[in-house]
Design a protein around this ligand. Structure first.
Ligand code: NAP
Length: 461
């Protein structure tokens, strides 16, 4: 038989490929029309063939078909009353994907685009991301098609209370621990925690993460995803003898992840020249003033276009997708899924981009990733690059359990170390399976193996 690597024969490789392809067909058939979920599954499956070829036990235990089927999906009605007395109805979701290595863990997203497909893609990716952090957390995700934009504080409170009135029976500090995501920040987490506490009749601090510091939150959780993304990209750069210092950076979005990515990249000596929201982007050749972005977005909840009123030398451009036409050394997509398509990726490459760090979940399409890899752009995939947020969420859970809070510096140092380890483990896994330098493959494999082995140990459940 032909040997294609030292240890894998052509026959073993073909058997693995057939298994992966067959399960992917099942996924498409069982989840019709869920394109985002299919995309997330496809990306991971493409990476795993060499693992199955080398370890046929995963095929014997039919690990993939079990992994792509969530342990539980909850979908529910969320009725609430707006400020004009109208009764409104939204749909809530929680997908409890995998509890192989710990309680379900993953954010809640409130955005009109939320659907079963979006929550399933996010929940599926979360399994591998959480495993990569080295923390004992399973994978889950949830949310609603509710749009917090333009709603009053009271409307947001009434909605989140109604949402939690159903969700509370499915979650708990050792069962399922939600956190924030798009449209769910400190305000929403606060209202949900209050309602959970009221319904449960007990103070279970570890049921949600991303809480306010006054009531069980962790220092550095707010910063964790953005800082972690920059720490990860810094590892990729240092591995090639480079740094952030003096680099031009473009960051999409202007929410939680973006703001702290801008802050950390700037601290490391880079100049971040642009950021955006869903309406358009700002370009400031002097470097974005992150204090202004924080004031506009975190305090006043305004549009990014208002930035130019504070910094008149900056420009505002309507439409967010053309942000990728700005020449830069490093691009950090931190807004939403599929925001970099093939055309945008090619534009970035033509303009000389050196590194991409995915702060958002699945911001690059499969075609875009291919273009980056083909052109030797350093590529930090979401699962690895943005895992800092959930890693610090797990540290928040640890502090809640021990009832001992840590300092900002302690948490930040642990975060930094976790990001270094994720980079190292992903790089090594890629090399071990013959994909030297490909962190997409490396992160997928490193995340997968631990979960798969835990599933085998726990039997067919
Ligand atoms: P956020 O605070 O709500 O900010 C989201 C930002 O992205 C806003 O600037 C928003 O603009 C923009 N955006 C949202 N949907 C968009 C769309 N369809 N098109 C263009 N822009 C859009 O959310 P976040 O927590 O920063 O999350 C951003 C991304 O990071 C998401 O992919 C999320 O899943 C991922 N992530 C977050 C965390 C975390 O800890 N928060 C952890 C890991 C990964 P508008 O204000 O105009 O909507």
């Amino acid at each position: 038989m032909t040997t294609i690597t030292n240890e894998v024969t052509q026959g073993e490789f073909q058997a693995a490929k057939k298994y992966v392809d067959d399960v992917y067909e099942i996924v498409k058939k069982r989840n019709p029309g869920e394109s985002e979920f299919h995309q997330a599954v496809q990306e991971i499956f493409e990476s795993l063939t060499p693992v199955f070829a080398k370890n046929p036990k995963y095929i014997q235990h039919n690990i993939l078909e079990r992994m792509v089927e969530p342990e539980r999906i909850i979908s529910f009605r969320v009725p609430w009353v707006d400020d004009n007395g109208n009764v409104r109805v939204n749909r809530g979701y929680r997908v409890q994907f995998s509890s192989a290595i710990g309680p379900y863990k993953g954010g809640l997203r409130f955005h009109p685009s939320v659907s079963a497909s979006i929550i399933k893609f996010l929940g599926f990716e979360q399994i591998f991301k959480n495993s990569l952090t080295g923390q004992p957390i399973g994978g889950g995700k949830g949310g609603s098609d509710f749009d917090p934009k333009g709603k009053s504080d009271n409307e947001v409170m009434r909605f989140t209370q109604s949402f939690m009135t159903e969700l509370y029976r499915h979650i708990g500090p050792d069962i399922d621990v939600p956190a924030g995501d798009i449209g769910v920040g400190a305000r929403e987490i606060g209202y949900m925690f209050g309602q959970y506490k009221r319904l449960r009749g007990g103070y279970e601090a570890g049921v949600l993460t991303g809480k306010g510091i006054q009531y069980g939150g962790s220092l550095a959780r707010t910063e964790a995803t953005g800082f972690g993304t920059v720490y990860f990209v810094d590892e990729m750069l240092q591995d090639k003898g480079q740094t952030f210092d003096g680099r031009t950076v473009v960051v999409s979005g202007s929410g939680n992840v973006s703001i702290y990515a801008i802050e950390k990249a700037t601290q490391l000596g880079a100049k971040v020249v642009a950021c955006s929201d869903s309406n358009g982007y700002i370009y400031d050749e002097n470097g974005i003033d992150v204090a202004t972005v924080k004031q506009l977005k975190e305090v006043e909840r305004k549009r990014i276009s208002e930035y130019v009123n504070v910094h008149p030398t900056a420009q505002y451009v309507e439409g967010c997708s053309s942000i990728w036409s700005i020449p830069c050394d490093i691009a950090l997509p931190c807004a939403t899924q599929n925001e970099i398509n093939a055309e945008a990726a090619q534009m970035l490459v033509n303009n000389g981009v050196k590194a991409i760090g995915e702060g958002a979940n699945m911001p690059s399409t499969l075609e875009a990733i291919e273009i980056f890899l083909k052109n030797d752009v350093l590529f930090g995939p979401a699962k690895a690059a943005n895992a800092g947020g959930v890693a610090v969420s797990a540290l928040e859970m640890a502090q809640n359990s021990s009832r001992v809070p840590w300092t900002f510096e302690e948490v930040d140092a642990k975060l930094h170390n976790i990001m270094k380890n994720i980079f190292k483990n992903s790089k090594e896994a890629a090399a071990e399976f013959g994909h030297e330098g490909n962190l997409v493959v490396g992160a997928n494999i490193a995340g997968f193996v631990k979960v798969a082995d835990a599933m085998i140990s726990q039997g067919v459940i």
